[in-house]
Design a protein around this ligand. Structure first.
Ligand code: C2O
Ligand code: CU
Length: 467
């Protein structure tokens, strides 16, 4: 079912190359045809949800009372599940002591629904309501979070999942979500109340002292032998990168940042940076001898247990079907030969409201000012290669709103990832080449998803205009 869903062809001729483009770019554009649909296809069904953001107390971590900011009183927030073709309508009410917005991370949607303050909408003031309504163009695992003072608002607990199911979802025994987050708690066990500290800004953002999956330190996934699970992981942390180790299981990586892969691959070594999602296809062919710890190995010296999996109960027959992968993902093997359209330089300097500013091309984004000039203007339906040159020693998971891209190279060495992304981790002093074909007009943000870096300036706008 997946290939048919994803292989909706681009309208013929919609991506006609321009005469002055190099032949490699024209070929790359032809290769892109059919990767994902240009337009949403609303089927007439509207799915309505109410979401309220407000301060509350929840039993989190190990059951103690934690004062958080939450969507509908839960952390992680509600899981919104719709099917591809359905229209999502969210009546959002802000009961926080600050203005806010909701950004729908990874979703290709109309620019006005993207939740970027002062760019796509007025921030939602305390007491106000705003209606978000759109029809996603893609099925997959997406999430939502504020785009105002996000280093504080996300850290306090504001995030939820948007799952867009295929029109005919593959018959997994179960569909399970793991939201990975980490919390910086103070001596009283509450969220450390100072945000954007010098320490966080000088390092890789705010890394916590408690690592949770679905808000708990003791998450156990209990499966019956023979079950076949779709496990969706989101990293909603402000700064921490995790590399979950599923070795010892029959686990395949089938989707990254929402979209299916060209072919299922081994998930080993995938760096799940803040903002990233992965979907795994796991079949439990036999009983696990003991509860299996799923360990984060991002730091080789300090592995962390994320959660456990156990098998128990009566065996079932695994549902038999091909993993939903086989998406049309262009190889773009000549992509590196297309001249780069722009190289962004990533760096830090002294100054700004927090004492340290993070910059793109020596510019720090002033988060609360009303008007911003785009750093780049791209034309939809054209092929672009962009480069990120990290002149700093810190990590920068760069996220682009409203479109997907493919990683082409790290430090000039070609990387063949059979999938698109919306967030890529750029390591210290590394340069990364990506390629993309923008499909939707509007003002889209490019920013570091280490939220302290973003708050301290590492954000910019990319304008996409119709040809
Ligand atoms: Cu998940 Cu602009 O962010
Ligand atoms: Cu960063």
């Amino acid at each position: 079912m997946a290939p048919a869903l994803l292989a909706v062809a681009l309208a013929a001729g919609a991506c006609r190359p321009r005469d002055k483009e190099p032949p490699q770019a024209a070929r790359a554009l032809r290769e892109f045809t059919g990767a994902y649909p240009l337009e949403a296809r609303p089927n007439g069904t509207v799915r309505s949800f109410d979401i309220v953001a407000e301060p509350t107390e929840v039993e989190l971590v190990d059951g103690q009372k934690l004062r958080v900011w939450a969507y509908n009183g839960q952390v992680p927030g509600p899981q919104l599940r719709i099917r591809l073709g359905e229209t999502l309508r969210v009546r959002f009410t802000n009961r926080l002591p600050q203005e806010t917005t909701i950004h729908w991370h990874g979703v290709r949607l109309p620019n006005a629904m993207d939740g970027v303050p002062h760019t796509t909408q007025r921030p939602v003031q305390p007491g106000e309501t705003f209606v978000y309504e759109f029809t996603p163009k893609d099925a997959g695992t997406f999430w939502f979070h504020p785009h105002v003072r996000s280093s504080e608002q996300v850290e306090r607990g504001l995030y939820g999942l948007l799952i867009v199911e295929d029109t005919a979802p593959p018959p997994y025994s179960r569909d399970v979500v793991w939201v990975v987050d980490d919390w910086l708690l103070d001596e009283t066990g509450q969220v450390f109340p100072r945000f954007n500290t010098r320490h966080d800004l000088a390092h890789d953002g705010r890394w916590g002292n408690v690592l949770t999956v679905n808000g708990r330190t003791d998450t156990v996934l209990r499966v019956r032998p023979g079950e076949r699970i779709r496990l969706r992981l989101l990293n909603s942390a402000n700064g921490r990168v995790v590399m979950p180790d599923f070795s010892g299981l029959d686990a395949k990586l089938i989707a990254v940042d929402g979209l299916y892969l060209r072919e299922p691959i081994d998930p080993a070594g995938f760096e799940l940076a803040p903002g990233n999602r992965i979907d795994l296809d796991i079949t439990f062919n036999q009983n696990l001898a003991a509860p299996l710890p799923i360990v984060d190995r991002f730091s080789a010296r300090r592995p962390n247990v994320l959660a456990h999996i156990t098998t128990e109960g009566e065996p079932v027959t695994p549902p038999a079907f091909a993993s939903p992968a086989r998406a049309h993902v262009p190889a773009w093997s000549e992509g590196l030969h297309v001249p780069e359209h722009h190289a962004f330089r990533l760096n830090a300097r002294r100054g700004g409201p927090f004492g340290i500013e993070w910059t793109l091309d020596d510019k720090a984004f002033a988060g609360h000012s009303a008007h911003h000039e785009p750093a780049l203007t791209l034309t939809s339906g054209r092929f672009y290669r962009l480069r990120f040159v990290n002149e700093s020693a810190r990590l920068h998971p760069l996220h682009l709103h409203g479109m997907f891209f493919r990683l082409l190279a790290r430090d000039g060495t070609p990387v063949e990832e059979p999938f698109f992304r919306d967030t890529v981790l750029v390591h210290g002093n590394e340069s990364v080449d990506i390629a993309l074909v923008p499909t939707d007009a509007g003002s889209w943000m490019l920013h570091c998803h280490i939220l302290e870096h973003a708050e301290a300036g590492m954000m910019t706008l990319i304008a996409v205009r119709a040809p």
